[in-house]
Design a protein around this ligand. Structure first.
Ligand code: TTP
Ligand code: MG
Length: 391
């Protein structure tokens, strides 16, 4: 039989930054702190078409949340002329995220670290805390303080016997909070929560659960396994029951970085390579990041998104790997010039991408889930580009 979490003695810390994109905007402009801030993915069709990416807690108190149409958010904030609507600035949030993740990673020397999204990470501190939840709590509290001092950012942290419980402890204390659920407290912590609060249960599963009379996570944990398998399938049924019992053996896994990319919206649409000045900071940033990571890349590519929202990607493979700004920059220039020579293109967004990191350095790298991060940024690439593909 599998070991229970109490027996395995695992301790995991979950970190999730509060209202991340909106908080980044507040750091850049402290006047925003006293106002409702709504960060938007404008689709460009009309002035208000698109969806809310996130909002600060002042705006959330007035009903604004991730995913709602911008027009609805405007309606909710109609009586708040001080409210500010801003477009997403991924480039900036990525840079803040990278600094935050470096702090998280180094907060517990050598502990397994996993970045789960742009603003979310896990540390397995079983060893560094010597299996002691109080010590783990101190590591987490110190990290929370450090993020505040170093970056001015508020985060919520959770400690638990696995990733699921650490994450749910975090969710229960948002924002600017700290939650600890010891291995022996898992059942009590979960039992009265609505099933919807269990990570992985969305509205559809919730409805089906309701039709079976399952309202709380405790109901699900005790529910007949055979009926669950019949209703949700032989894989999902038992999995849901296991999660409801607070059991999760998913390890905190460092994942290698496969690629790094940066992209910007051009000051003006371009049909020649007239935006070299806007590519300079991107190339600098990538070169700096490569050198911080101790990486060199074998492939350098460009990404261009046309005014018709088509994505064009081009790239070259180098004989000897590089992290040099000059080299990346001049390759990118050549690729953009070639792109414009090859046809009549009108470009709205442009970016650089490097990949093909040396195997050796990749394995010992900072284990950033770069691809997944990019995928969470829904508007970063159009679906036409496969971020895993070579440029
Ligand atoms: P979350 O951590 O889910 O949300 P959050 O940080 O804004 O708020 P909190 O953690 O305090 O509840 O997501 C991180 C960022 O991802 C978020 O700031 C913006 C982006 N995001 C979207 O663009 N669309 C979405 O639907 C969600 C949920 C997040
Ligand atoms: Mg967050």
């Amino acid at each position: 039989m599998a070991q229970s979490d109490a027996e395995s003695g695992r301790i995991v810390i979950a970190v999730d930054l509060d209202y991340f994109f909106a908080q980044c905007e507040e750091i850049r402009n402290p006047d925003y702190k006293s106002k409702p801030i709504v960060v938007c993915v404008f689709s460009g069709r009309t002035e208000t078409s698109g969806a809310v990416s996130t909002a600060n807690y002042l705006a959330r108190e007035l009903g604004v949340k991730s995913g709602i149409p911008i027009v609805n958010a405007k309606r909710l904030l109609a009586n708040h002329p001080e409210a500010i609507f801003l477009p997403v600035d991924h480039q900036y949030y990525e840079t803040v995220s990278e600094r935050v993740m470096d702090i998280v990673k180094s907060s517990s020397s050598g502990s397994p670290f996993e970045q789960a999204s742009i603003d979310e990470a896990y540390l397995d501190v079983s060893e560094s805390s010597n299996g002691d939840f109080e010590r783990a709590a101190r590591i987490a509290q110190d990290l929370k303080t450090e993020l505040k001092i170093a970056e001015g950012l508020s985060a919520t942290l959770g400690v638990g016997p696995n990733k699921l419980i650490a994450k749910m402890a975090t969710d229960s204390k948002k924002p600017d909070g700290f939650g600890l659920v010891g291995a022996e407290e898992v059942r009590n912590f979960l039992k009265d929560l609505p099933v919807r609060k269990l990570i992985g249960i969305g509205p559809r599963i919730e409805d089906k659960m309701a039709s079976l009379g399952i309202k709380t996570i405790g109901d699900l944990a005790d529910f007949d396994a055979a009926v669950l398998s019949e209703s949700f399938g032989r894989h999902l049924g038992p999995q849901l029951k296991k999660l409801a019992q607070g059991r999760d053996d998913d390890p905190v896994t460092a994942r290698p970085i496969e690629q790094l990319s940066r992209i910007v919206t051009l000051k003006e649409d371009a049909n020649t390579y007239s935006f070299q000045d806007q590519m300079i900071p991107l190339a600098r940033d990538i070169s700096q990041r490569l050198s911080t990571l101790g990486f060199k890349c074998r492939s350098v590519g460009i990404i261009a998104i046309t005014t018709g929202l088509k994505t064009k990607a081009r790239g070259v493979t180098l004989e000897s790997p590089t992290d040099s700004y000059d080299e990346i920059s001049s390759i990118a220039s050549g690729l953009f010039e070639g792109l414009f020579r090859s046809g009549n293109q009108r470009i709205r967004r442009a970016g650089l991408r490097v990949s093909g990191f040396d195997k050796e350095t990749r394995e010992v790298g900072w284990a950033r889930r770069e691809e997944e991060r990019q995928e969470t940024l829904s508007s970063f690439f159009s679906p036409a580009v496969n971020p895993k593909g070579s440029a």
